[in-house]
Design a protein around this ligand. Structure first.
Ligand code: AMP
Length: 290
């Protein structure tokens, strides 16, 4: 596996791969790898000639009171894991190289962000699309891989690729979970012990909500209330939001009669956790993005 630390070398490498007609599968990350990240790389390996993953904790997508400094980092272990998983290139640029000066051109995200994490993290998705647009230009992937755990991010990246005509395919893969159901996240290490014990209730709460839909419930308010009540009852976390929206356009629904997302974010002292389920009007887990 080749480790590349400069934008210039990454660009040269990508160009020469494209000249050789190689397909490139790209997995952007912020590092501190777990099985969720590695599953994306494994799929990219199956689908493409070359797998490029990037590690970049992007300051642009963190708010001033967020956890940019506390975000867990372990480059040495990440290199070992990526190599074992079969990544061909690990791109680890530094902030100065990615943002040598204040950006003059910025991207604005006008839809799909006035709900869920976009509402509680103003500017977050602008930061995400800005760094992704740069990475897509630098790496020129054939396919790019994202986790459904960050389903709002998937919806925004889907629009980024379509609106700006990036010539690549977005592949969104299912959420990888711990045995007790907690969605794997780099941030889980920052949870205190009691919080870690309570955290699986987030997934159980979402599953309880989905079960109501399986049983025939069509009213989103009743489903949302079930999730709110379960999380409030079994965890000490402070709920940021529980929302049920159409997916991927993230519009409010009055009756569940299409593909929807049931999503939540919960603040614990150690970390803010997010999770979601995507399902159809019968509560069946969605297999495809749209
Ligand atoms: P991050 O490093 O948190 O920015 O995540 C990098 C990529 O891994 C994103 O596309 C995430 O959606 C994806 N990812 C993170 N956690 C999981 C998970 N538990 N299951 C599947 N994909 C995940």
């Amino acid at each position: 596996m080749k480790i590349i630390r400069t934008v210039h070398e990454m660009q040269e490498t990508a160009l020469s791969l494209l000249t050789d007609n190689k397909t490139i599968g790209f997995v952007p990350t912020m590092g501190f790898f777990h099985e969720g990240h590695l599953a994306l790389m494994e799929q990219a390996k199956k689908d493409n000639d070359i797998v490029v993953s990037s590690i970049f904790v992007n300051p642009l997508q963190f708010g001033p009171s967020e956890d940019y400094e506390q975000y867990p980092r372990d480059e040495e272990k990440d290199i070992i894991h990526a190599e074992e998983t079969g990544a061909d290139v690990l791109f680890i640029p530094d902030t100065q190289d990615m943002y040598p000066r204040k950006m003059v051109i910025t991207l604005d995200v006008t839809d799909r962000v006035n709900v869920m994490c976009g509402r509680s993290r103003p500017g977050h998705f602008q930061g995400v699309v800005t760094v992704l647009a740069k990475l897509f230009h630098i790496i020129q992937p054939t396919k790019t891989y994202f986790g459904r755990k960050d389903a709002q991010q998937v919806a925004v990246v889907d629009a980024l690729i379509e609106d700006l005509n990036f010539p690549m395919e977005l592949i969104a893969l299912p959420t990888i979970r711990e045995q007790d159901g907690l969605a794997k996240s780099s941030r889980n290490v920052n949870l205190r012990q009691e919080e870690r014990e309570e955290a699986p209730w987030i997934y159980k709460a979402l599953e309880n909500g989905r079960q109501l839909v399986v049983d025939g419930e069509k009213n989103p308010d009743i489903v949302v209330k079930e999730v709110l009540d379960t999380i409030n009852c079994y965890t000490s976390g402070k709920i940021d939001y529980v929302e049920l929206l159409s997916y991927p356009d993230l519009q409010p629904v009055s009756v569940i009669e299409q593909q929807v997302i049931l999503a939540t974010a919960v603040y614990f002292e150690g970390a803010r956790l997010i999770d979601n389920l995507l399902f159809d009007k019968n509560g069946e887990i969605a297999k495809r993005l749209k």
